[in-house]
Design a protein around this ligand. Structure first.
Ligand SMILES: *Cc1c(COP(=O)(O)O)cnc(C)c1O
Length: 325
């Protein structure tokens, strides 16, 4: 299966690409009693990876509409989002600036080397400054003076990002090859989960948190869903959003100790999955998603379910495990 390519910021063209993403049925004893399918959103583009393509789409349209010259964003050294923004900027004619957490190392990560090659200007800030990324004055603290810029938060996780994911949710509703009981997705900020949760009504959406983040993902999701409910410009199927019902859908015991951490059980599940699906996955997000589903399926109410896993991309970030740390 070969990757698609997002070559315009046209809604119809983008939707067509999304509608043609393949679904693969998995034959593996990893998930006994379950009929597991994988939606290959990792194939949506060779460089603008997986769920990031959906989160960026409306942001790029907005940046173009505002006639922004530069897109500014932030992330860590192996960020899939930084990589996607740098590639998208080069392709769609924006300058890009990436504010990166921590000191500039003598040798850049493979992700940041790619980003520079795509033309992104990297600005390194201390961890203390990076913690202010959600607030006003952050760009100034990072030493940036820019005009005509459009800021996209870490992970592409803003309202435009969630709306892009709702487009994915709608496409799944329209193109699912079988009736799914559940849709499973890995969660970093939770924007992807929130977008699917609020746009898919034919199946339960379940998120696997890859960070040890307490209740913060849950609270952010609740906030996005609430704000979208008041957004009259989109006809979406916002579901009931009690915090207690959200908690059941957001699994927080499969993060293996935190972001980027792993366990031997997770690695075994991941390798088994790769062997039977014939495609690689990254350990930061997909590894934990697979591990969670493989561990979860011995729950009694989890028998005979048809489950869709979203392959959210992220292979470039997985290079951190090839010795980069
Ligand atoms: C960024 C990313 C996620 C997490 O998306 P959120 O919207 O931040 O929850 C999941 N999978 C992959 C591969 C990613 O790169």
């Amino acid at each position: 299966m070969s990757p698609r390519l997002i070559d315009s910021l046209n809604l119809q063209a983008f939707t067509d690409i999304a509608r043609n993403i393949p679904y693969q049925q998995l034959k593996s004893h990893l998930f006994p009693g379950l009929d597991v399918w994988v939606r290959r959103d990792d194939l949506i583009d060779p460089l603008i990876s997986g769920n990031k393509a959906y989160k960026l789409f409306y942001n790029l349209i907005e940046a173009r509409w505002r006639k922004a010259k530069t897109i500014v964003t932030c992330g860590g050294a192996w960020s899939n989002h930084i990589h996607a923004i740098a590639a998208a900027g080069a392709r769609f004619g924006f300058k890009t600036v990436g504010i990166i957490r921590g000191e500039r190392p003598t040798k850049l990560s493979a992700t940041l080397q790619d980003a520079e090659r795509f033309g992104m200007k990297l600005v390194f800030v201390t961890r203390a400054t990076y913690r202010l990324r959600g607030g006003v004055g952050f760009l100034k603290r990072a030493g940036l003076k820019l005009e005509n810029f459009y800021f996209i938060p870490e992970g592409g996780s803003n309202l435009a990002g969630v709306r892009g994911i709702q487009l994915l949710g709608q496409v799944i509703e329209d193109t699912a090859p079988v009736k799914f009981d559940q849709v499973w997705v890995a969660c970093g900020t939770g924007a992807t989960f929130g977008g699917l949760y609020s746009s898919i009504s034919s199946a339960s959406v379940i998120g696997v948190e890859v960070l040890n983040a307490g209740d913060s993902i849950l609270k952010d999701v609740a906030l996005w869903v609430q704000r979208l409910r008041h957004d009259k410009s989109i006809a979406n199927k916002i579901q009931c959003c009690k915090l207690s019902s959200l908690r059941e859908r957001l699994l927080n015991s499969y993060h293996c100790g935190g972001y980027g951490k792993s366990s031997s059980a997770m690695k075994v599940a991941m390798e088994e999955f790769e062997k039977h699906s014939f495609h690689p996955v990254d350990p930061v997000y997909m590894g934990k998603l697979i591990y969670a589903l493989a561990s979860f399926d011995n729950k009694i109410d989890q028998k005979n379910k048809t489950v869709l896993m979203i392959h959210s991309g992220g292979l470039q970030g997985g290079r951190s495990y090839d010795g980069g740390g």
